[in-house]
Design a protein around this ligand. Structure first.
Ligand code: HEM
Length: 108
């Protein structure tokens, strides 16, 4: 996210020090992927769309976020079919965030 030009807009939504965001996202993804529920253990429960409700997320922003995830997943030694599955699954919460953000009328 810090290096992709397409992700400049979403990078600016985060605090300049990305270490907490990085920890929170990896903790969340651990539980989301069926592993240890690290986010819940450290921070309690979370509703992903609600946690992003204060942000302006339209199609441009959610596609930029998904592109970052695609780049990260591409670096992993996973089977291609699992990479495709993972991206399809990540699109579900990304779309929910875009829908609750209220900016989807600007980016239909
Ligand atoms: C759709 C595009 C997305 C954008 C633009 C986005 C952006 C952000 C930003 C800016 C924050 C920091 C919020 C703050 O500091 O106030 C954040 C937090 C977070 N995001 Fe996202 N995000 C997106 C999608 C997702 C998805 C799909 C997931 C989960 C699969 C996710 C998981 C998280 C988590 C766990 C946090 C930490 C929340 C907290 O503890 O407060 N994000 N996101």
């Amino acid at each position: 996210m810090a290096v992709l030009p397409q992700a400049k807009n979403i990078k600016e939504m985060h605090s300049p020090d990305l270490s907490e965001s990085r920890t929170k996202l990896s903790y969340f993804l651990s539980g989301w992927l069926g592993g240890p529920k690290l986010y819940a253990q450290h921070y309690g429960s979370i509703n992903i769309p609600l946690a992003h409700k204060h942000l302006s997320v339209g199609t441009k922003e959610s596609e930029a976020w998904l592109l970052c995830m695609q780049k990260a997943i591409d670096k992993q030694p996973y089977e291609q079919s699992f990479k495709i599955y993972l991206m399809a699954q990540l699109r579900v919460p990304a779309d929910r965030i875009r829908m609750v953000s209220g900016t989807n009328t600007r980016h239909p």
